[in-house]
Design a protein around this ligand. Structure first.
Ligand SMILES: [Zn+2]
Length: 194
């Protein structure tokens, strides 16, 4: 409820900022989505990634309060109970051709987690939960802003948003995008999925 009223206030600002609220632009999507209740999302930080908790928290909160209208996502805060977590976050030195981070999606079949997108390819079915893997080799060389933007970008993948070539979208890759926060097109794309 609290989120609803805050969003009304923020939407008022966005409405004045973006002159054309009628035609919402929708970005590319995977065509599948997270089946976890989007109004009860928590993330879990693995012991490999505690140093990034501030960065992760900023990106997670950004997706809840985008400043660009309401979305259903809530609360998207951390939990220490992994079984309550829709998104698990790890960090490791992975090399991987300069990639900052990647997102893996899993569904549960007969109680077993089944990976839907090997090598960070596009998922082939709806997923119950996601894992975000930070590549320390590259990630640690960037500023707080770019790290936050990268985490917001990976959260976007976890929710079903695919890459685009739009500078003013969090779903542009790091060499394309000029923003490090969730934009109008990203919030509208999220709302078109959930
Ligand atoms: Zn990406």
């Amino acid at each position: 409820m609290k989120k609803y009223f805050l969003s009304l206030f923020i939407f008022g600002i966005c409405y004045l900022t973006f002159a054309n609220p009628v035609s919402a632009a929708i970005g590319p999507k995977f065509g599948y989505k997270m089946t976890w209740n989007i109004e009860n999302v928590y993330y879990y930080i693995d012991q490999s990634a505690p140093g990034y908790s501030g960065t992760i928290a900023a990106a997670a909160k950004n997706w809840v309060y985008t400043g660009c209208g309401y979305n259903k996502l809530y609360p998207n805060t951390s939990t220490t109970n992994k079984t309550n977590s829709a998104i698990d976050i790890f960090a490791a030195s992975e090399g991987r051709n300069g990639m900052l981070a990647g997102t893996l999606m899993f569904k549960r079949v007969n109680g077993n987690a089944t990976l839907l997108n090997p090598n960070y390819s596009a998922p082939t079915d709806n997923w119950l939960f996601a894992e975000i893997h930070i590549n320390n080799d590259v990630f640690q060389n960037y500023s707080f802003e770019v790290r936050q933007g990268t985490m917001a970008h990976e959260f976007g993948h976890a929710f079903g948003l695919a890459h685009n070539q739009i500078a003013n979208s969090i779903m542009g890759q790091v060499d394309v995008r000029k923003v490090q926060t969730v934009q109008q097109i990203d919030n509208d794309t999220f709302n078109s999925i959930y």
